[in-house]
Design a protein around this ligand. Structure first.
Ligand code: NAD
Length: 269
């Protein structure tokens, strides 16, 4: 007898922001591998987004590319419209797009601050708000999921761990932490699950320069002894969006090889 696999996402539609590279790309691919059709959002690299779409289609999945700058209200609304036009009502939204603009505090410009907050935090608000509106308009589809909708934010260990010289980034991720939990509290009774994943150090474009600078000794900060792959996070995003995680509401899953265990305190501290 065939049994229902709660980790599958067949018949569901998903949107992933910032999905033309890194963790967003891996999340889109993992969602598609689990059976969802996926809208691959990109800001400025259509070729990269098309490559993600092609990879998903080659594996037998369905995907479309949708352009938008997530920090712009009109663009976010148009992105959801385009995604639903092509894939149907969305069941899953992953707010992943993010940037860094690092500087010592005295040298951090207001533009550096505003750019990071606009994409990482205001973008998460705009995407999260539109996701909730769309889930409500769609209504329940018990044939594909117990939840009315699933919203996953890509946060960071830096929603918890302070990060000198990156106060804009850490503040944006700290903001996502309580945006996520407050929103989860607001909409859980409607059957909407809001959660987050908090990656540690994952090898992507966002930290390519830092990783090239071996003096950072990043591995020493990771008890598990390796930098993460985007797929480590993509798999968690797909699982969090599935009914296998149906009773997880308002939580952050730290996926960091133990980085948030503060390994510097091991031994004599
Ligand atoms: P990445 O640079 O490969 O991905 C970021 C994506 O966001 C890119 O595709 C970029 O085009 C997109 N983007 C940037 N601004 C945008 C905008 N205004 N509108 C739409 N898209 C936009 O890096 P990544 O590591 O995959 O980052 C993805 C997320 O993971 C970010 O939110 C980042 O903060 C978070 N994160 C990454 C790490 C890590 O170690 N790589 C750790 C913790 C959290």
């Amino acid at each position: 007898m065939a049994s229902f696999d709660p980790a599958r996402l067949d018949g569901q539609a998903a949107l992933v922001t910032g999905a033309s590279s890194g963790i967003g790309r891996a999340s889109a691919i993992a969602l598609a591998a689990a059976g969802a059709s996926v809208a691959v959002n990109y800001r400025g690299s259509p070729d990269q987004a098309d490559a993600v779409v092609a990879e998903i289609e080659k594996a037998g999945g369905r995907a479309v590319a949708v352009q938008a700058d997530v920090s712009k209200e009109d663009a976010v609304m148009a992105m959801f419209e385009a995604a639903e036009d092509r894939l149907g009502p969305l069941d899953i939204v992953v707010s992943n797009a993010g940037i860094q603009k690092d500087a010592k505090i005295a040298e951090m410009t207001l533009d550096d601050w505003n750019a990071v907050i606009s994409v990482n935090l205001t973008g998460a608000f705009l995407v999260g708000r539109e996701a909730i509106r769309r889930f409500r308009a769609k209504g329940r589809r018990p044939d594909v999921s117990r939840a009315l909708g699933k919203l996953v934010f890509d946060s960071s260990v830096h929603q918890l761990v302070p990060w000198a010289f990156h106060v804009n980034y850490a503040a944006s991720k700290g903001g996502i932490h309580l945006l996520m939990r407050s929103l989860a509290q607001e909409v859980a009774e409607e059957g909407i699950r809001v959660n987050a994943v908090a990656p540690g150090a994952i090898a992507t474009a966002i930290n390519a320069e830092e990783r090239q600078d071996n003096s950072t000794g990043i591995e020493k900060l990771i008890p598990y002894g390796r930098i993460g792959d985007p797929d480590d996070i993509g798999r968690i995003v797909a699982w969090l969006a599935s009914d296998a995680a149906d009773y997880i509401v308002g939580q952050t899953i730290f996926a960091d090889g133990g980085m948030s265990l503060y390994p510097g305190f091991r031994g004599n501290g």
